[in-house]
Write a protein that binds this ligand. Structure first.
Ligand code: ATP
Ligand code: MG
Length: 295
């Protein structure tokens, strides 16, 4: 259920980093121009892309990687990264995705010299909630909502730029096939019920991850539980601890609702979007200027 891309259609360029069992490169994809095809000849357009390369390995892992790809192919939303397709190159499987100019949100936030204001943070939160609300309506689970997996298409810090514009990246390999250690290492993003059993993965888990991401946004990309060892992380959930409460009162409250140890008590994303809208109405100071669309 996903588009197959031929290895001849992609060019691999710079190594951008490492994900969970993957390597990420920038690259180009050659796509046939459809207009030309109608006119009876063909020319190619080059698109800047990201190549998420999974090396040869366990069959379970490859299958799970394809599951993520097929989930991403089912979605079309302005705040979710576009997956062009999957390429099989020798023993490797490659997801070919839209390149998002300003990279991951956590690194961007940490790089800033002057503080990012509350309206900016609210807009990021609202865009993320709208993407997750869309997935919720489609009963699709993302599975790894975190600031690292939010990419910034426009920083919108200039006066006439209309604020930030984010795109939620794919979740990578689903936790159901990761090791226990890899799952524990994802505390405090992974939902507590999923550490107990990865088969508990559901839309409710994304609400927890959204809560943790709000924490990262409030703290300008700081890493929660940064220096904690695996056993300390496990202990954090076992004793039902909570992260420090951010100064931004409104986002802190939303965060706490989402990070409820009982998955059934976490709010619907639809309600979260409404809450953020209402908070903006009540506080004109955090209300952003109307945003022009990104192409
Ligand atoms: P994980 O499952 O851990 O999320 P991943 O394969 O998605 O694994 P990331 O750590 O999210 O890997 O991404 C690695 C790096 O690749 C990021 O820090 C970022 O610099 C870059 N990157 C990923 N996706 C994009 C993109 N669409 N546009 C630009 N850069 C990207
Ligand atoms: Mg990622």
């Amino acid at each position: 259920s996903f588009h197959r891309i031929l290895k001849e259609e992609i060019e691999q360029e710079e190594h951008l980093g490492r994900g969970t069992r993957t390597n990420i490169y920038s690259g180009t994809l050659r796509v046939k121009s459809e207009e030309d095809e109608d006119a009876g000849y063909s020319s190619f357009q080059e698109v800047k892309v990201v190549l998420k390369v999974l090396g040869s390995g366990h069959r379970d892992i490859s299958l799970a990687f394809f599951e993520t790809a097929s989930m991403m192919r089912q979605v079309s939303h302005k705040h979710i990264v576009l997956l062009y397709g999957v390429c099989v190159r020798h023993q490797e499987n490659i997801m070919v995705e839209e390149f998002v100019q300003l990279g991951p949100l956590d690194l961007f936030m940490r790089r800033q010299q002057s503080p990012l204001g509350t309206p900016w943070k609210f807009q990021v939160a609202k865009q993320l909630a709208s993407a997750l609300s869309y997935l919720e309506d489609k009963k699709l689970v993302h599975g790894f909502v975190c600031a690292k997996n939010i990419l910034l298409a426009r920083d919108g810090r200039g006066t006439n730029e209309g604020g930030p514009f984010i795109k939620l990246s794919d979740p990578g390999i689903p936790i159901t096939v990761l090791t226990r250690e890899e799952c524990v290492d994802r505390i405090p993003w992974i939902a507590p019920e999923c550490v107990k059993s990865t088969s508990s993965l559901s839309v409710a888990a994304d609400k927890w991850g959204f809560g943790t991401t709000l924490w990262e946004i409030c703290y300008d990309g700081e890493v929660p539980l940064k220096d904690k060892k695996l056993t300390e992380r496990e202990r954090f959930y076992e004793t039902e601890c909570q992260l420090a409460t951010p100064d931004c009162k409104e986002l802190a409250e939303l965060m706490t609702h989402c990070m409820n140890y009982d998955p059934k008590k976490r709010p619907f994303f639809r309600a979260i979007v409404r809450d953020i809208d209402m908070l903006e109405e009540k506080n004109p100071s955090i209300k952003p200027q109307p945003t022009p669309e990104v192409d």
